[in-house]
Design a protein around this ligand. Structure first.
Ligand SMILES: NC(=O)C1=CN([C@@H]2O[C@H](COP(=O)(O)OP(=O)(O)OC[C@H]3O[C@@H](n4cnc5c(N)ncnc54)[C@H](O)[C@@H]3O)[C@@H](O)[C@H]2O)C=CC1
Ligand SMILES: CCCCCC(=O)/C=C/C=C\C/C=C\C/C=C\CCCC(=O)O
Length: 216
């Protein structure tokens, strides 16, 4: 996808990964806008990035609301705006999950892990819908491991020493590496259903595609 003139919306773009993603999109000529502006000034949306997220096991209702319900709401709004069959221009929806959405290694954060598994499952399910081709839509999911942003300063109350050990073992991604992977997902029109995993040790990789239940 050429990004020149494309309209993008990134949730949670004030800092961290959301800010870096917005800057990378702007550099390639996209317009990164607030939702109201997207409709009133640009008449549509081409790239939706559901990025906002928190890590707080103690206020789990809030965390589920932001990390999972927020992604579902943002995706639904984007589908309505982008659906070619309803006058939209088509486009890509990238949902930001985590490696915690694939493996349950972060046992000190079961609810965070649950929200991120939800994001991966929700995104994969949409990507397998046979009607999205007519709608002009594609879906992708980005799963970074620990990355150098403010969320890493979240206080881990359960098994904090274990958590620190896990962070040391897994390593910490650079924001630039995660942004590079994100841009691949946005620009590669062939990557519907991609689940991209990014770790400090192995860099950018794609997680295998799931099979239907009859083929398990
Ligand atoms: N940094 C990391 O180690 C990793 C982060 N992630 C995910 O990446 C995403 C971005 O996080 P980071 O940039 O790392 O953290 P961050 O804490 O720097 O940024 C989070 C952003 O979300 C926004 N946000 C939080 N609640 C919101 C709400 N209710 N409405 C709108 N915006 C809200 C914040 O204002 C902030 O801009 C999150 O979904 C996080 O779970 C995934 C894997 C690793
Ligand atoms: C091996 C797991 C990789 C997880 C990557 C990730 O998403 C990183 C997030 C960054 C910071 C938060 C760390 C852990 C997970 C979240 C919740 C911590 C819970 C805080 C608490 O309330 O105890």
């Amino acid at each position: 996808m050429s990004l020149a003139g494309k309209v993008a919306f990134v949730t949670g773009a004030a800092q961290g990964l959301g800010k870096a993603f917005s800057e990378a999109l702007l550099k390639k000529g996209a317009k990164v806008e607030a939702f109201e502006t997207v409709i009133s000034c640009f008449g549509g949306l081409d790239i939706m990035v559901n990025n906002a997220g928190i890590a707080n096991e103690h206020n789990y209702a809030l965390m589920v609301n932001i990390n999972l319900t927020g992604v579902i709401t943002g995706t639904n709004m984007a589908i309505d705006l982008m659906n070619r069959e309803k006058g939209g221009r088509g486009g890509v929806i990238v949902n930001i999950a985590s490696t915690a959405g694939i493996t349950p290694e972060a046992y000190f954060a079961p609810i965070y892990t649950g929200t991120k598994h939800g994001v991966v499952g929700f995104t994969r399910c949409w990507s397998m819908n046979p009607y999205i081709a007519k709608m002009g839509l594609r879906f992708a999911c980005l799963c970074p491991a620990f990355t150098d942003t403010q969320i890493l300063c979240s206080t881990i109350t359960d098994y904090p020493e274990d958590a620190q050990k896990i962070i040391q073992q897994v390593g910490i991604n650079k924001v630039e590496t995660v942004t590079e992977g994100f841009m691949q997902l946005v620009e590669d029109n062939q990557c519907n259903g991609a689940v991209m995993v990014i770790t400090a040790q192995n860099g950018i990789q794609y997680h295998r595609k799931p099979h239907g239940i009859s083929r398990m």
